[in-house]
Design a protein around this ligand. Sequence first.
Ligand SMILES: Nc1nc2c(c(=O)[nH]1)N[C@H]1C(S)=C(S)[C@@H](COP(=O)(O)O)O[C@H]1N2
Ligand SMILES: [Mo]
Length: 301
Amino acid sequence: MAKRWTNDLTHTDVTPQSVYLNRRQIIGGLAGVGLAGALGSSAKAAGDLVPNDWDTITSYNNFYEFGTGKDDPKRFAHKLTTDPWSIKIDGMVDNPGDYALGDILSKMTIEERIYRFRCVEAWSMIVPWNGFELADLLQMAGVKEGAKHVAFETLVRPEEMIGQKRPVLPWPYVEGLRLDEAMHPLTLMATGIYGKTIPNQNGAPIRLVVPWKYGFKSIKSIVRITLTDQEPPTTWNTAIGSEYGFYSNVNPTVDHPRWSQASERVIGGGLFAERQPTLMFNGYEDQVAKLYDGMDLRKNY
Ligand SMILES: Nc1nc2c(c(=O)[nH]1)N[C@H]1C(S)=C(S)[C@@H](COP(=O)(O)O)O[C@H]1N2
Ligand SMILES: [Mo]
């Protein structure tokens, strides 16, 4: 089949004006609450971040398996069956297999992580995730010598994922990380938000969260994780390689062809909210810059 990746396939930029609140007022109003205070080192990354509310986080989504509109995932994702669920872990691992999600979770420590979340469409939110470090899962699988990358795959089930009935993207949605990025303590496998089970529209029952990269790297509803010595293909790079690279680190100095990345609209920031300057590596520079020492980040976009 001839694949045609034209403009209607790309991230759209359609934030409803009505959802804005003045985030700085919210933060001012909540100063001293110390939401991030009890979270140890990850809280330092989060600073005094005040999470967006549940309704915003769960009703303004990108999940093209359920349609390309921001409200499509919430409207259609309830049809997805998330139990039973298993993840195939294969490739360069000591213990390949199909792992039932329940068995994985019984071995993992679930923590809360309040992270900035920055979409390449230049909007952002702050999300209180619950999950475990991907490093712990990879350690359980046993990474073989010579593995250099980790590939991820989303479920394909068009009868429940109505967006998959059209080839808006090549299915399955796939993503990848370099092994050192995957092993980084900030890299999370999320199973919850606000202490509740993660809603289907946010990637139930388990999704990746890589807070220093654009949101599309944080692949949802994962069914397969493969250790490999090759850089794996990624969906948006395959679709439009000139716009989306493998690394996709948040970088205010490297613009997307259609969106400046210098600043962002904080969703829930208020009707009169000003754009906020985007931070290098989405504010996680101290923790992750060393992963990219000596790399040209303009070339490796
Ligand atoms: N499988 C899959 N994962 C995905 C997407 C998608 O369309 N399919 N969209 C990505 C994009 S572009 C973003 S911004 C985030 C959105 O996550 P959220 O809806 O929880 O905010 O999910 C990412 N993960
Ligand atoms: Mo995105």
